[in-house]
Design a protein around this ligand. Structure first.
Ligand SMILES: [Zn+2]
Length: 195
């Protein structure tokens, strides 16, 4: 039996995705062997997560009211790239090929019920207010991602906006988050007009 503190931490780590009980044990043991300052820093950063917010404009991760991208006036304010979650933004930013803004949907449409949990109305509100000229739909190349792209296209039928979708260089069923920079850059550059 482990000491209580140890066991509690193992339980915490086990709750993380892809971490089983054995790996959790190893991680906790590893941390235990670290210097006090390293453990303090780890704990401090973990607690600081509580202060991280969603950007009030695009729903990206933010430390203030708006995220760094929204706060940057040098970005093209007329293009919005729609993604499923904030990790997709990180992947797209790594390509350094995109200078517009983003909008995080918060998932995909799997069924009617799910739609109300996505930031779709907020997106429409932004398009009207910000007079967006192009919407790049960068949902994952999965059935749900396709359905979401189709739904957005239909929803925005009457708006004077160009809608494009990332090119099909990405493997079907794959995830933007894990795509390499070259594939993602070319998917972005060769994006196809769907409206
Ligand atoms: Zn933002």
């Amino acid at each position: 039996m482990y000491p209580k503190t140890f066991q509690k931490l193992i339980n915490n780590f086990s709750q993380l995705p892809s971490i089983g009980p054995r790996l959790a044990e190893r991680l906790v043991l590893h941390l235990f062997k670290q210097k006090k300052e390293i453990i303090d820093d780890f704990a401090k950063n973990l607690l600081a997560l509580k202060n991280l917010k969603s950007c009030q404009r695009c729903y990206n991760l933010a430390e203030t009211k708006y995220c760094e991208i929204c706060n940057n006036n040098n970005r093209n304010q007329k293009i919005i790239c729609v993604v499923e979650d904030p990790l997709d933004i990180i992947a797209l930013e790594k390509t350094k090929k995109y200078q517009g803004l983003y909008h995080v949907l918060g998932g995909t449409i799997e069924n009617e019920e799910k739609i109300k949990y996505l930031n779709v109305n907020q997106l429409i509100h932004r398009i009207k207010k910000e007079q967006t000229e192009e919407l790049i739909i960068a949902t994952n190349p999965t059935t749900e991602g396709d359905l979401t792209a189709f739904y957005l296209k239909e929803k925005l039928k009457s708006y004077p906006i160009k809608i494009t979708r990332l090119a099909r260089g990405l493997s079907t069923g794959g995830d933007i988050e894990y795509a390499d920079e070259i594939t993602l850059s070319s998917a972005l550059i060769n994006r196809q007009k769907i409206k």
